[in-house]
Design a protein around this ligand. Structure first.
Ligand SMILES: Nc1ncnc2c1ncn2[C@@H]1O[C@H](COP(=O)(O)OP(=O)(O)OP(=O)(O)O)[C@@H](O)[C@H]1O
Length: 708
């Protein structure tokens, strides 16, 4: 019954959404816009991925996951019980395209389009699945037993209905005896059966949804943990949308299939076998007729259904495409507004929505035709059964009650067979969704987050050595970014790296953070290869990292600063904010440290965000500080305030500055000029100026640009 409600609710969805869609617009302008837009979004035009903080990327990932949490609409069935055969017939037709409608319901799921890659399809790993099911074994077994019992009772119902009809028929024929008294026995029995069957059904659905939800929740948590463990290179190679899709749609799909297979699969098989036995006992002749007609009908329904499913999938992808346009426009709303592109974005969205409207209309028409034909076919079967059964009744080979039992049992068989055909497709989809989830669950990062040694604090000096490093990014193995790069950061000293854009400066910082391992050579902290050190300790307590575009979380300022050291007291947070020159503006806000900074810190200025990021890095009192162009995105006034904070923060620490603005690094103990992945000049500001080489060239160019 639950399944029937779902089917009907899902069927209602396309009809409703179709009536709400705006008129389809196929104007030539929109075509042009779309093509321009498609080319804009093609891989050739997409900007290259920059190395970034893993947490920052995962932050984006979770935000999208939350946005994409599915909202399925459900509607009570609108068809009233008219007469005993009508609902059964409608139910069968509904079930025949239940999977089509199920896809349709998914349209509302904002599923991001999964980029098809040529890698082989992942395999479903049963042993991993078993690990998730094991803790839920008892409720699962309970659900199986209850579902089986409900199916057995379902087989009894047609026979009991037949008994009831026999009583009615006898009374009509003979007009003797007490009708109510004669009816009471079988009616009460049937009522009891309905009651028990209802209880069993609610029982197994409750247990099954508990099992399904818990398995899905465990899978989500484990997958998210596994994603967080992966190397930065993994995030360079995999799109956030695809990862979010695995966390949301794939697990949702897997859960639905899992529940459906247990509930409907078990019921359908038991009922098909049981009811066939009943049919044979009631009338072998009529059963023979049914055996010929039914499979043909179900087969035709399955073929038509698979065509509609394909249509539904295409429509679903189109809706996801439209959602992608809206997602990108809303996510980059400031850029859209800055270029006054609201109208253009609206047109792009309208084009995609109109296309999806058109496809959904086609799907709706397909469903309508299918429902019409299947209703006619199924009603004809009923008619044919009554006709053939009537002949058998007239020759006394069957009673009216037997005919009634036969009709209801054959409806149950039709329903069950349709259920099995749906189930098969659903199972295939569920297994491939599960396989995609398990693929990432079993991924082992090449850079483990924990394990390895720690250097006790009193002896930690903060000396860093890059020795003979060569490096290519895993996603671009052909491009050597660093070649035989060597550099020493003496304890407590400030070393700056300058050079042309794309020369590999930020890559040096990424290697120190161990976002990547060098292709050859070693990075050392206090004379120890960082590959032998505990990475969580190194990133969490030894190195503070501040980059050009600090990403804040959409929580309070207090929480954002505490992100650097979760166990920090309020006093420690305030102290870090003071060191970062942030305390003044924070206390100026009406809510002070409780001020919520908006998505990615959108309600703060660039300088304010940067100072909170500095406080976040300082709160862990790092021995080594990496500033990757920390002030280059700021205006002169913000830069001055942030620079003040940085000057204070760098005292007594080993500091690596990746700099664009050369004015900010004049005071560094050592300035290294990078070109083509190696250091070509090194010395103090004055020494390099006196040398008249690349550094003085850069200074000259920057001064000239400043004057323009
Ligand atoms: N995640 C990545 N995957 C592949 N290649 C990358 C990645 N990040 C950077 N690169 C490439 O590595 C080279 C060095 O980049 P890097 O960011 O280190 O340069 P940079 O000197 O810091 O540049 P800028 O001053 O413009 O920030 C560039 O050619 C860049 O395209």
């Amino acid at each position: 019954m639950f399944q029937i409600l779902c089917c009907r609710a899902s069927i209602a969805a396309p009809v409703r959404s179709l009536s709400l869609h705006p008129r389809c617009n196929k104007g030539a302008d929109l075509w042009k816009i779309s093509r321009w837009y498609t080319s804009l979004r093609s891989p050739a035009c997409s900007s290259s991925q920059q190395p970034g903080n893993t947490v920052t990327r995962i932050w984006g990932l979770t935000q999208r996951a939350i946005r994409q949490s599915s909202t399925r609409t459900s509607k009570p069935p609108g068809v009233a019980l008219r007469f005993i055969l009508g609902p059964a017939v409608l139910t069968v037709s509904a079930r025949l395209f239940c999977h089509v409608a199920h896809c349709e319901a998914d349209v509302n799921n904002n599923t991001p389009l999964e980029v098809t890659t040529k890698t082989p399809a992942p395999e479903f790993k049963w042993h991993i699945f078993w690990e998730f099911v094991k803790p839920q074994l008892f409720p699962l077994m309970g659900a199986v037993v209850l579902a089986f019992a409900a199916a057995i009772l379902n087989i009894q119902i047609p026979l009991m209905l037949g008994n009831l009809v026999n009583v009615v028929a006898r009374y009509l024929r003979e007009q003797t005896g007490n009708y109510v008294q004669e009816m009471r026995g079988p009616a009460l029995k049937l009522l009891g059966l309905y009651g028990i069957q209802g209880l069993l059904t609610s029982g197994y659905i409750t247990l099954l949804s508990r099992v399904g939800e818990r398995v899905a929740a465990d899978m989500r948590k484990t997958l998210f943990a596994s994603l967080l463990r992966q190397d930065v290179a993994f995030f360079d190679a995999n799109k956030t949308g695809l990862l979010v899709n695995r966390l949301t749609s794939d697990i949702q799909e897997f859960k639905s299939s899992f529940k459906l297979v247990i509930s409907q699969g078990l019921r359908s098989i038991t009922q098909t076998v049981g009811c066939f036995v009943s049919l044979y006992i009631i009338s072998p002749k009529l059963t023979g007729l049914t055996v010929v007609v039914l499979p043909c009908l179900v087969g035709a329904g399955a073929i038509f259904g698979s065509f509609l499913r394909k249509l539904s999938r295409l429509a679903q992808e189109q809706v996801a495409k439209a959602t992608g346009v809206a997602d990108e426009a809303l996510g980059n709303v400031r850029t859209v507004k800055a270029f006054a592109m609201e109208e253009r974005e609206l047109q792009l969205y309208a084009y995609e929505v109109d296309k999806s409207c058109e496809m959904n209309e086609d799907l709706g028409s397909g469903i309508a035709v299918f429902q019409g034909i299947s209703n006619i076919a199924l009603n004809c079967i009923v008619l044919g059964t009554i006709f053939a059964g009537g002949t058998l009744i007239s020759s006394n080979e069957m009673s009216p009650g037997d005919l009634m039992s036969f009709l209801v049992a054959s409806q149950t068989v039709q329903r069950s067979l349709a259920g099995i055909s749906i189930l098969f497709g659903q199972m295939v989809r569920g297994l491939s969704s599960g396989a995609r989830v398990f693929e990432y669950l079993s991924l082992v990062p090449t850079i483990p987050l924990s394990g390895g040694g720690r250097i006790p604090y009193p002896s930690l000096t903060g000396r860093v050595d890059f020795i003979n490093i060569s490096f290519s990014y895993p996603t671009r193995p052909g491009q050597q970014v660093l070649s035989k790069f060597s550099l020493t950061l003496p304890p407590g000293k400030t070393v700056a790296i300058v050079g042309e854009s794309g020369g590999g400066k930020s890559t040096v910082a990424s290697l120190l953070e161990r976002f990547y391992d060098p292709t050859s050579g070693v990075v050392m902290v206090d004379g120890l290869d960082i590959r032998t050190l505990d990475l969580t300790w190194l990133r969490g307590q030894v190195i503070g990292f501040i980059n050009q575009e600090p990403v804040l979380f959409g929580s309070s300022i207090m929480d954002n600063i505490r992100f650097g050291k979760p166990e920090a007291t309020d006093a420690e947070v305030i102290n870090a904010a003071k060191q970062a020159n942030a305390h003044g503006f924070i206390t100026g806000f009406p809510d002070g440290y409780s001020t919520v900074v908006g998505e990615r810190g959108a309600t703060l200025s660039g300088g304010q965000k940067q100072r909170i990021a500095i406080a976040r890095a300082l709160i862990k009192n790092p021995c080594i500080l990496v500033l990757d162009e920390a002030t280059s995105a700021l205006d002169a006034e913000s830069e001055r305030v942030v620079q003040e904070a940085l000057d204070r923060a760098t005292t007594g620490r080993t500091v690596l500055i990746i700099a664009h603005r050369l004015s900010t690094i004049k005071g560094a103990d050592l300035i290294c000029v990078m070109s083509n992945g190696r250091i070509v000049e090194a010395g103090s500001h004055l020494e390099l100026l006196a040398k008249g080489g690349l550094y003085s060239d850069l200074i000259r160019r920057q001064r000239a640009e400043g004057k323009k």
